[in-house]
Design a protein around this ligand. Structure first.
Ligand SMILES: [Fe+2]
Length: 285
């Protein structure tokens, strides 16, 4: 995850990485990982994209519990040339993009407490590793993540980070994909959440809309609750193609003249798969 105006902690290297200190995890911390892993692995077949489910294999290491990033990176490197590196938490945008552009995924090393299994505001090692790493073992998605990092470095010059962050949010974190006759999950924020894994697919509340790059980049998002709209891609190849091939300079210029779209809105040009009731969001007001 990235953010601006952060100060690098003294114990972090210049690229903000820190040692994972795998030996320092307690038995209880490993048990939290195992509990979360077993729960998600049991409920995701039939819900998550086959690419994510086959990617879960990469997380089976020589010892159970929280993955050791060194061993995990060795396996991931063989699969797609990616590594996982530990960081203290949020990192500045340029550092985040630089790591992605060099096929390094930055992950938190802490894990939530046993009383926080269902909700945590900051991404922990379960979200970062269980949610993100399986897809990084898929060659096309791995290329997409690198293309996103390269796009991020370019976007720094256009002051367009807010728009680009929406693309990450609605694909990498909360993306859905068409698979034959059904819609499946691949976004890390969904597949690492027990509640949202059900909500995103089954609940009548959210909109499910066909992915459109420009539309997504105009759409604000919620960080405090389940999403009010999800965007469905046709394939990872198409997502990579759109991101790698798009000429972002004219796109950013056009976006400047277009208004933002609220998270629950449907606009006339949308290709609507499900028009949500928005009952979930309404009952919380
Ligand atoms: Fe994430």
């Amino acid at each position: 995850m990235a953010a601006d105006s952060l100060i690098r902690p003294a114990h972090a290297a210049e690229d903000w990485t820190i040692p994972q200190n795998w030996n320092a995890y307690t038995t209880q911390e490993h048990a939290v990982w195992d509990t979360l892993f077993a729960r998600q692995a049991a409920m995701l077949p039939g819900r998550a994209a086959p690419e994510f489910l086959s990617g879960l294999d990469i997380l089976h290491l020589s010892r159970p519990g929280i993955p050791n990033f060194e061993e995990l990176s060795e396996k991931l490197m063989k699969a797609t040339g990616w590594q996982v590196v530990a960081v203290p938490g949020l990192v500045p945008d340029d550092i985040f993009f630089h790591h992605l552009a060099n096929r390094r995924f930055v992950a938190g090393r802490f894990i939530r407490r046993p009383d926080q299994l269902d909700y945590l505001q900051e991404p922990d090692v379960f979200h970062d590793v269980f949610g993100h790493v399986p897809m990084l073992s898929h060659p096309v998605f791995a290329d997409y993540m690198q293309a996103y990092g390269q796009g991020g470095l370019r976007a720094l010059n256009f002051h367009a980070l807010e728009k680009l962050a929406r693309l990450y949010w609605y694909t990498v974190e909360f993306g859905l994909i068409h698979e034959q006759d059904s819609i499946r999950l691949y976004g890390a924020g969904i597949v690492s959440s027990f509640g949202e894994s059900v909500f995103a697919l089954d609940d009548p509340s959210p909109n499910r809309l066909q992915f459109d790059l420009e539309r997504v980049m105009r759409t604000r998002y919620r960080i405090d609750d389940y999403q009010q709209s999800y965007f469905v891609i046709d394939s990872f190849e198409e997502l990579l193609h759109q991101t790698a091939e798009a000429d972002f300079a004219p796109l950013y210029r056009r976006l400047e003249s277009l208004s933002d779209i609220s998270p629950n809105a449907i606009i006339p040009s949308d290709r609507v798969i499900d028009r949500g009731t928005q009952a979930h969001a309404s009952c919380k007001r």
